[in-house]
Write a protein that binds this ligand. Structure first.
Ligand SMILES: *Cc1c(COP(=O)(O)O)cnc(C)c1O
Length: 381
């Protein structure tokens, strides 16, 4: 079945009790025992809940995996994936990884004896030099945030396997509609479902999917013992959001192409970072491993244009964190997503003060371009 159908119809009917077309929300913490000493299919909702379970099996099927987990946030999902490791293990991580992932490692996992190294995973040959006898995992994001670097998931997974390490992919920027890391050889795929899967800026959630029974056992234990679960109403909203994933993303990608074309001609723009541009170093790899370049791009303002004036002149595009939603969102990495970095760390990561990240929504492309055009004009010093 094509994923476009699977997104809408799911893989099983959502309600066996009354044949409702939509997914019932089971707002229950506990389940009564049918008879002394016996338990039904469900016992307590931290362990399993029918609404969450439906989402989990749907997401597993969408990602091409056997075991799916719905967690309280993308960060919980990343924590669950990292919790399969142990003290003394080392993780190699894409250098432009989501800031929260590095924070999580520095604040907790490092003290538990997990070490990590930020590396340029887009260069598989160079990556080889970073493996040592303790390397047990590699965590990649492709495209990366905010510079949209592309990593070859298949090649990295193969290299990791050769060194006895697992590959974890944070697939948030693509979603399972555009990219299927498990099919490319990864062992665990993580999504911040807050972004494209939800798509409406109204749910914080995360998912983890794997084909490996042992890894799934650890992740299930993390979910049950820590309790970082997606709640029934959130799970319902996610299933609802997932139904429109393909139409939303198709429109977002189409709008992005129009915006990129506009920005390319703009006298205010120095450079565009978008894997759909043939001059992007990861263009060919992205074409091979993903259905499209997606709807997130970054660009640099030229000297002589004021970034503050640009942001303050936008009338339609929403200035704020997050991405992947129906509304177009824009942010300034140096003072937003990467403000936790020191100026030196930002410089090393290539995040310049004139860099802007755009997550394109489903509005009319002409309206978005007009808003950008006016704001860029107003930003000229
Ligand atoms: C937002 C995001 C996260 C964190 O997800 P939350 O749902 O906010 O906890 C992780 N990875 C990437 C790539 C993200 O964009």
């Amino acid at each position: 079945m094509d994923i476009q159908t699977l997104l809408v119809q799911g893989h099983i009917k959502p309600d066996e009790a009354y044949n409702a077309v939509t997914l019932p929300i089971y707002l229950t913490t506990t389940y009564h025992s049918p008879k002394f000493g016996e338990r039904g299919k469900y016992a307590y909702s931290r362990g399993a809940n029918p609404t969450r379970e439906y989402l989990e099996s749907l997401v597993a099927r969408l990602e091409g995996g056997s075991y799916g987990f719905a967690l309280s946030s993308g960060m919980t999902a990343i924590a669950a994936a990292l919790a399969v490791l142990k003290a003394g293990d080392k993780v190699l991580i894409t250098q432009n990884v989501y800031g929260g992932t590095v924070d999580l490692l520095n604040t907790f996992f490092k003290d538990f004896g997990l070490t990590y190294e930020l590396v340029d995973t887009s260069d598989v040959k160079k990556l080889e030099d970073h493996f040592d006898k303790n390397t047990r995992a590699i965590l990649i994001e492709t495209p990366s945030n905010p510079l949209l670097d592309i990593t070859d998931i298949g090649a990295v997974s193969k290299a990791a396997k050769n060194h006895g390490a697992i590959t974890i992919v944070d697939n948030t920027f693509m979603s399972p509609y555009l990219q299927l890391p498990l099919e490319l050889g990864a062992d665990i795929v993580v999504e911040s479902a807050t972004k494209f899967l939800s798509g409406h800026s109204d749910v914080i959630a995360g998912t983890v999917v794997t084909n490996d029974a042992a890894l799934a056992g650890k992740i299930r234990a993390f979910q049950r013992l820590v309790g970082g679960i997606s709640q029934p109403f959130d799970a319902y909203l996610l299933v609802r959001g997932i139904k429109t994933l393909s139409v939303r993303i198709d429109r977002q990608v189409e709008n992005t192409a129009g915006i990129v074309e506009f920005l390319r001609k703009s006298p205010a723009v120095e450079k565009i970072y978008y894997p759909g541009l043939p001059e992007h170093p990861g263009y060919a790899v992205n074409q091979r491993q993903a259905k499209s370049p997606g709807s997130i791009l970054s660009f640099l303002l030229k000297p002589g244009f004021d970034i503050g004036r640009f942001f303050d002149s936008l009338k339609l595009i929403t200035v704020g964190a997050s991405l992947g939603s129906v509304e177009t969102l824009i942010q300034h990495p140096a003072t937003g997503s990467h403000s936790g970095f020191s100026p030196e760390q930002r410089k090393a990561a290539g995040i310049r003060d004139n860099l802007i990240r755009l997550s394109v929504g489903i509005e009319n492309a002409g309206d978005l371009i007009e808003d950008l055009h006016n704001a860029l004009g107003a930003s000229k010093l």
